[in-house]
Design a protein around this ligand. Structure first.
Ligand SMILES: [Fe+2]
Length: 247
């Protein structure tokens, strides 16, 4: 039987000793598929209907579907609820920063890059492939030298920078945990699928140098809540009935 606690121990060791780890079935494939369908149903699946971003990011050659955690409450909930898992994996007191959802098209790539400080602890999760062909994530074996990192423009390292790269094949539900700030990463092979859907989650150490990036510095999300009840003796207001769930 698959033992999640044992997996966590192995992954934690990998993160500590080599700076990255591959979590097979971080989500069961069915859950990854359900998450992907929720994005498609909630945000749309054509350039005309998509309510996130239909555009070309700094790392892609082609237009792709993209959205950020704070565009879509479901997405923010996924990010926030992964906090304890990432804390267990890293042994750090983490806080979430942001998350990206992206659907790449055939032939596109994700240029090798390093992330901004908000991705001190990053997860790349594969949600689904149209043609079931694994599309590997590339992660550098070593951390990027501070001088090369400082010379990076928009996360892209200067031409001629040589680094030894790992190519990590991933199935839907698999995730790679890595240091997004110091490890060069991307998908340098052309996408062999008609489309390929991924989620990227970022966290920072609340006691570390990037702690101020928590919640992507969006203070509107960390506010006190309040609830109001009618005074004693007031007639009971008619309860709103929940909308029927579509079957
Ligand atoms: Fe990245």
């Amino acid at each position: 039987m698959f033992d999640r606690l044992k997996q966590l121990e192995v992954l934690r060791k990998s993160v500590e000793t080599q700076g990255w780890a591959l979590a097979h079935q971080m989500f069961p494939a069915e859950v990854a598929a359900a998450m992907l369908f929720q994005f498609q149903r909630g945000l749309g699946n054509t350039p005309e209907t998509y309510t996130g971003i239909w555009g070309k990011g700094p790392f892609t050659k082609e237009f792709c579907f993209e959205s950020y955690a704070y565009h879509y409450p479901f997405h923010a909930g996924l990010l926030w609820s992964l906090t304890p898992y990432m804390q267990a994996l890293t042994g750090k007191e983490l806080l979430p920063t942001t998350s990206y959802f992206r659907v790449y098209r055939k032939g596109d790539h994700c240029a090798l890059h390093v992330d901004r400080p908000a991705a001190e602890y990053a997860i790349s999760l594969t949600l689904g492939y149209s043609d079931d062909i694994p599309w590997p994530l590339w992660v550098s074996q070593e951390a990027v030298k501070p001088n090369a990192s400082a010379a990076a423009k928009g996360g892209i390292l200067p031409d001629g920078t040589q680094m030894s790269m790992l190519r990590i094949p991933m199935q839907p539900g698999d995730a790679v945990i890595y240091d997004g700030v110091n490890r060069l990463h991307g998908r340098h092979d052309p996408n062999p699928n008609e489309w390929s859907a991924h989620l990227f989650y970022d966290f920072v150490d609340r006691n570390g140098p990037y702690a101020d990036h928590a919640f992507d510095r969006r203070n509107e999300f960390v506010q006190p809540s309040d609830f109001h009840f009618p005074p004693d003796g007031a007639p009971a207001a008619k309860a709103k009935t929940q909308k029927k769930v579509r079957k």
